[in-house]
Design a protein around this ligand. Structure first.
Ligand code: GAR
Length: 199
């Protein structure tokens, strides 16, 4: 079985959408793949409860209890690598995981590390993407699923979705509109990779 490990920091709605789609589309039978575990760097992440309710293995690794980014990432990799007999999972999926990862961690999972970022990359890498889109007068906003490389919010683009910016929109309005699209394109991008048997 190909194991997918999902990393979260917050509400986990993307993680929940991936888990739901995997069940609905029967990824286990279709692709021999399953979501094996959900790991959070925050004990308070709401997504942990959702994951536990789905019967998934969960783990918390508080980044504040590590002396360096490298030490945290090493411990994170040790947890992730439990989820594959071969020593590494098929896919590591960042779903609202709000940590910058070290080049060593990224290299370890090269080609198998995915991220969702709430902008139309390469526009607006980093934080506060929707407010920045509003401030720039953008008529459209969106979301990108991409492979992770050492450069923050870069890497080969796997899928994108576009939403309009409407008159009077706040950043929260755009975020809600974009999130609906996130829940569609992230599971779809993962399924496409699994189908292509790349992983
Ligand atoms: C999502 O909007 C995701 O695109 C964003 O965090 C939110 C997590 O929501 N990710 C980033 O900003 C990464 N740079 P969720 O916890 O409900 O999935």
């Amino acid at each position: 079985m190909k194991n997918i490990v999902i990393l979260i920091s917050g509400g986990g709605s993307n993680m929940a959408a991936i888990v739901k789609t995997a069940q609905r589309e029967g990824w286990a039978k279709k692709y021999g793949a399953r979501v094996a575990a959900v790991v959070s760097n925050k004990a308070s992440a709401g997504g942990l409860t959702i994951a536990a309710d789905q019967g998934l293995a969960t783990a918390v690794l508080d980044h504040k209890s590590f002396p360096s980014r490298e030490a945290f990432d090493d411990a994170l990799a040790a947890i992730i690598d439990r989820y594959d007999e071969l020593g590494a999972p098929a896919l590591v999926v960042l779903a609202g995981f709000m940590r910058i990862l070290t080049p060593g961690f990224v290299a370890r999972y090269e080609g198998r590390l995915l991220n969702i970022h709430p902008s139309l990359l390469p526009a607006f890498p980093g934080l506060h993407t929707h407010q920045r889109a509003l401030d720039a007068g953008c008529k459209f906003a969106g979301v990108t699923v991409h492979q992770v490389t050492a450069e923050l919010d870069h890497g080969p683009i796997l899928d994108q979705a576009v939403v309009p910016v409407l008159a009077g929109d706040t950043a929260d309005d755009i975020a809600a509109r974009v999130l609906t699209q996130e829940h569609l394109i992230y599971p779809r991008a993962i399924a496409t990779l699994l189908q292509a048997s790349c992983y």
